[in-house]
Ligand binder design. Sequence first.
Ligand code: KIV
Ligand code: ZN
Length: 504
Amino acid sequence: MLGADSKVRIFDTTLRDGEQTPGVSITPEQKVQIAIKLDELGIDAIEVGFPVVSHGETIAIKSITKQGLKAEICGLARAIKSDLDAAINCDLTYVHTFIATSDIHMQFKLKMDRQQVLEKAVWAVEYAKKHGVEVEFSAEDATRSDRAFLNQVFMAVANVGVDRLDIPDTVGYATPQYIEQLVKDVKAYTRLPISMHCHDDFGLAVANSLSGINAGADCAHVTINGLGERAGNASLEEFVMALQCLYGRKHNVKTELLYETSRFVSNTMGIIVQPNKAIIGENAFGHESGIHTHGIINNPLTYEPISPDLVGRKRWMQAGKHAGAHGIKAMLEGFGIGPTEKELYEIVEKQKNLADKGKSITTAELLSIAGEVMRNNKFEEKFKLYDFHIVTGMNIIPTAVVRLNTDGKDFIASEIGVGPVDAALKAIQKIAGEMANIKIREYRLDSITGGSDALAEVSVKVEDKNGNVVSARKAGEDVVVASVQAMMDAINKVMLQKVLYTKY
Ligand code: KIV
Ligand code: ZN
């Protein structure tokens, strides 16, 4: 029996259950790239797909098995010959096979009785074992299955040599208390290693997975960003960090790569992460309110349960109507600016007045207010956007003309692009490029509200020639305007950092 100091095994199913997220479909090459990232992250086992579903899936899986990854590579198969053959023919040495054991699934989906399901499960495990592969067996919808029948199925597959059992909470219907009893029961009955596979329909996937681990399971099926069918699966980032920080359990995940991996998967699969998501959401280490920023400045643990570095992140503070003098002072100090108390008070008030008008305040705007109050034009934005003009539509090449002013001189540039945003950002870079020497590392567009007049939030990350990364965000109803403003803010931040750190 594994003890509480043994490592918890992390089984990632981003490339299988995660790819079943409505609207997600990725190419074989993208699957390989994600598998490599997961391996670098230190995942123990990666479920790379469902081999029988398509030719592309087979190609991707075969290609992943050839990468020589450290992680065990697994494929999913129903308890039917064609699925198992497809998995075995992909050169997989580890197969995850499943059949539903709940009455509702047996009656309405499988149209089988209990005896038929039992026989199929046993047959599938025997067939896979005969082909020399490691086998994990899932009783789909286990948490809504009759307990005696579930135990009977698990025992029957144990008797024909299954290597591991998985308990899926397929529709996220279980409570942590129910999971605890279930796992203890199955463990006592079969004495086999147990995995948890929890869905998030009631927001309990992580809590249920942790409950299973505390009751004796040694592995959890999780996905990056909590992707998966419907409300998704247990989020890998949340599960791993709770396991480590709240329960003191060990695992092989390199937590400092969590954020980077989350971003990579979000960009590749095209599914945005909600800003307030734990660990990996944009706001997870962001602070605006005066009370919080004051606490953070004195000791970050006042309002952060863990250090952002632990998960590869940086803390940030936001100006705005909730911001207080301590937070604004710390933000200005980040640029080497030290206003007097009177000046600081004036800066705080001015930025609050702007925020009251519903404006989100960029760092460059805050610095510009500081410059005005402190009568120091070095804090002024280096580049001022005067105007821009975009031509776009069908059968024409999107073109942007941008006019910026720097050091009192006007500069105009025009550029074409794949779309209006691309054209506008290229035109800005054409003018600012030489002085700022930056390249765009990341551009993200999230819709905050619904409808065609939705508020969009643009985030850009730019990198200067020394590898310093600066990020800026801007919300607005016009996607192109918000993108241009975010880009201008990022460039001005880079320039202000240069000026203020060297001359102020
Ligand atoms: O949620 C589920 O039941 C599954 C099975 C295939 C394990 O994904
Ligand atoms: Zn699932």
